[in-house]
Design a protein. Structure first.
Lengths: 300, 340
């Protein structure tokens, strides 16, 4: 079933591409996990939010700003946007059934998607990223600088987030609010705002993921739709409430899918997504909590 | 309870009369539009049994519709061993095949709750359009398959659109009656018990596995029938006829119509059709508001309006149109049931 000749150089290249792909999934999966941990909501609008902020970055760069000047501005806008969305549409349905919240985030995804088409049009756009696309040789394997940059940014983000959650008071408060809202309220944590903060952070993570992927694919309103699905899969693979799991799951999924697509003729490029889905389904049946997640124990 | 039963049967008789008489008052083209609303209504009935009654979320019902549509296309164009099957008779087959697919999804769904199920079924919706592309010699790839134009059978003197209207709504009414009969009896009570508390339901002796997979199968059967009719009305199928977003639209229709209100779903079905095909009208209405000037023909408008309607409805009216009707008329009709 091998396609063409197998060489170790090409295998290493595919592996690198898989890791880059996985780093993108990991970024968005991390955003999904952050929101899930703090609010027990799966945000179906995560991809659209990321694309929206990437379009804002594109507009800023179109007005003459350089990537690294636009970058912090976009992150600030993303954060404010995430907080605003939580306050306006999620907070009123905080205690509603899962379906209601799922439907609202789906509505949000549709709304943002339509809004992007209206504002920026549906055409594909070139997005110039911060990293060059030339390749350098890493141990005789040519790898593009862009791929290395994307992976570095994703890893850096995870480390930063880990430090934030572990060593800052705010990070501790965020974790506390997620684990036990009642007791957190008693010790003076403003739980409502912590949830909004979680959405803000998730929006920032999404914005970074969007700006990293946009140079690789073209920027259009539907850019994130398939990526979001892989990100969901990555988050579920790693366990929905584990940030480390999201990153490991993302990379694992990226590598698996890229290698399957390249070396298993039947799967090719068309059946990558169903293959990923099947993988997740099997994993969920064996380990319902994902690789790193804990199985929820319910009290009756 | 007897007064309630009579009231519901009378309501059904009235609905049948309206459905039967409607084509006399509208144009041929409107009859076609109403027929498509009927197809969405059938799919929503199935989704209501699954989500509204058994409490399982599906964001993948567009895929079951697609299975129905493709079954009809393959059977009526290629046929079985070269023997083409008349489109009318493919409808039940399409339903059964989609239903079997639903049962297959229902088995792993037993172990996935709430959000995980939403994610997996969403994955099904997204990955389904890849299948016709992969198996293009059989399912027609991106270009799809062309069906024979639907013609009224038995030499009936009526237009194609009218024939599709009566066919769709005839099936819809039968399926509505079946769904109503199902949810008001033992099965309906079991499903509702599972929705409200799985643990409590299991400890009162309800087989979770049996009823939850059953709900998935029945609901996919409905979607398959709807998809089959949709294929017949369109006279072609391709991945764009059943886009990914269709699954989302169905959930929208369900939420707007009211999760467990069968008749209210007609409103949801109407909304799906209206927003998809007449969003330029909505944009023109919105332009009457101050500080708004939307170009009605712009491509993003439908999804923008869909999204906004969805959010507003869920925030203001979480029980949908059916819930609203119940809240308004509940105090009036409950007098009929209680004899004091």
């Amino acid at each position: 079933m091998f396609l063409g000749a197998f060489t170790w150089t090409e295998f290493a290249q595919q592996l690198a591409a898989g890791i880059r792909e996985g780093a993108i999934y990991a970024g968005l999966a991390l955003a999904i996990v952050i929101i899930y941990r703090s609010t027990r909501v799966i945000n179906f609008a995560q991809g659209e939010m990321a694309t929206f902020t990437t379009f804002i970055a594109w507009s800023l760069m179109n007005h003459g700003l350089s990537f690294w000047t636009a970058f912090p501005i976009v992150l600030a806008i993303a954060f404010a946007g995430g907080v605003a969305i939580e306050r306006v549409v999620i907070r009123p349905v905080e205690n509603a059934p899962v379906l209601t919240i799922v439907i609202i985030t789906l509505g949000l995804a549709l709304l943002l998607n339509g809004l992007m088409s209206v504002i920026w049009g549906g055409a594909n756009r070139q997005f110039n990223g911060p990293f060059s696309t030339r390749t350098i040789d890493v141990g005789s394997v040519p790898i593009s600088v862009q791929d290395i940059g994307i992976v570095a940014v994703s890893v850096g983000l995870v480390v930063l987030l880990g430090l934030f959650f572990r060593f800052t008071k705010l990070g501790l408060a965020l974790r506390a609010a997620a684990v036990n809202p009642e007791s957190s309220r008693l010790v003076g944590i403003r739980v409502g705002w912590m949830l909004a903060l979680g959405w803000g952070i998730a929006a920032v993570l999404g914005a970074v993921a969007g700006m990293m992927i946009a140079p690789v694919v073209f920027l259009d309103p539907n850019m994130m739709q398939t990526i979001l699905l892989y990100a969901f899969a990555a988050a579920v693979l790693g366990g929905l409430d584990s940030p480390i799991g999201a990153v490991v799951g993302g990379i694992l999924l990226g590598v698996t899918i890229t290698l399957l697509g390249r070396y298993v003729g039947f799967i090719g490029s068309t059946l990558k997504l169903p293959a990923a889905l099947l993988l997740i389904l099997v994993l969920l049946l064996v380990r319902p909590g994902g690789l790193f997640g804990r199985v929820a124990v319910r009290r009756v | 309870m007897r007064a309630r039963l009579l009231l519901e049967l009378a309501g059904f008789a009235l609905l049948t009369l309206v459905v039967a008489a409607l084509p006399r008052f509208v144009s041929d083209f409107r009859a076609r539009e109403l027929a498509i609303v009927g197809m969405y209504f059938i799919a929503l009935l199935g989704l209501s049994i699954l989500t509204g009654y058994s409490g399982q979320i599906s964001l993948g019902h567009g895929a079951f519709m697609a299975i129905g549509g493709y079954t009809t296309a393959v059977l009526s164009v290629d046929g079985v061993y070269g023997h083409q099957i008349r489109d009318l008779w493919t409808i039940p087959i399409a339903g059964v095949i989609a239903g079997i697919a639903g049962l297959l999804v229902g088995v792993p769904a037993l172990r996935l709750s709430g959000l995980y199920l939403a994610l997996i079924t969403f994955g099904i919706a997204v990955s389904f359009p890849q299948l016709p592309k992969k198996f293009d010699h059989f399912l027609g790839g991106t270009t799809g398959k062309i069906l024979n134009l639907a013609k009224p059978p038995f030499g009936l003197h009526t237009t194609t659109n009218n024939w599709i209207y009566y066919l769709t709504w005839g099936i819809a009414l039968v399926l509505l009656l079946a769904a109503w009969w199902l949810v008001r009896g033992k099965t309906g009570r079991a499903l509702k018990a599972i929705r409200d508390s799985e643990v409590a339901a299991a400890s009162s002796g309800i087989s979770l596995a049996r009823y939850k997979t059953l709900a998935f199968g029945i609901s996919a059967f409905y979607a398959g029938v709807a998809g089959s009719l949709y294929a017949i009305a369109n006279a072609y199928v391709n991945p764009d006829v059943f886009p990914i977003i269709l699954s989302v639209y169905l959930v929208v229709g369900l939420a707007v119509g009211g999760l467990d209100s069968l008749v209210g779903l007609i409103a949801g079905a109407g909304l799906i059709y209206f927003l998809q095909n007449h969003s330029d009208t909505v944009a023109r209405w919105l332009n009457h508001l101050p500080a708004l000037s939307l170009d009605p023909k712009q491509p993003g408008i439908p999804s923008m309006i869909f999204g906004a309607v969805l959010i507003v409805v869920m925030l203001l009216l979480p029980t949908g149109a059916g819930g609203l009707v119940r809240r308004v008329f509940g105090p009036l009709t409950s007098r009929l049931y209680t004899r004091s």
